[in-house]
Design a protein around this ligand. Sequence first.
Ligand code: PNS
Length: 173
Amino acid sequence: MNGLPQQPGHSAIYPGSFDPMTRGHLDVIERAAAIFDNVVVAVVVNPQKREPLFTLDEREAMITASVAHLPNVEVTHFRGLLADFVRGHGATVIVKGLRVVSDFEGEMSTALMNRSLSGVDTVFLPSDPRWSFVSSTLVKEVYSLGADVAKYVPPAVLQVMQAKRNATRPAER
Ligand code: PNS
C-alpha cells in the first residue's frame, strides 16, 4: 500500500489518549497496519494531561468501529507505565505520529525513556499534511463552540460526539 515491505514479526503498539480519535490518528493506524504484522491501539485509562471528555468505553468503542476495515488491528487499554504494557504484550515497536516540529521535543525524550525502560524503540510516522493541524483538543474546542467537525473525525466518532452534546445540552432559556 505504501511501497514499504511489511516488517515480519513486528508487533506494534500505538498508544494514546484518543479523547477522541481524529482522522489523523486513523491515518497513522492505517499506515502502521500496512507496515507491521499487527498493530495494537492502546488507550491510556487516565490521560496525564486532564480528565478525559470521553469515557474509556466510549474511546475504545469509537476506535474499534473506525478500524473495523483493518484485520490486523486490535484495540485495548492500559493503565500505568506504557513500558510495562509494551513488555507484557511482547511488542517489538511503539508507533507515534508527529504532527508538527514542536511535537518532536517531547516525543523524543519520551521515546528514549520508553526504550530505556522497556528496550523497545519508537517509530515516528509523520502526520499526513491534511491532518497536521488536527488535534483532539482543537476538535473538542471547535465542536463545543458549534463548528462542524465531520472533516476531522471518523464517522463513528462524530456520532458519539453528537449524542454526547444532545445528552448534555442545557435546557433552553
Ligand atoms: O495521545 P497522547 O496524550 O499524546 O498519549 C500520551 C501517552 C498515553 C502515549 C503517554 O501519556 C503515556 O505513555 N502514558 C503512560 C504513562 C507513561 O508511561 N509515562 C512515561 C512516559 S516516558
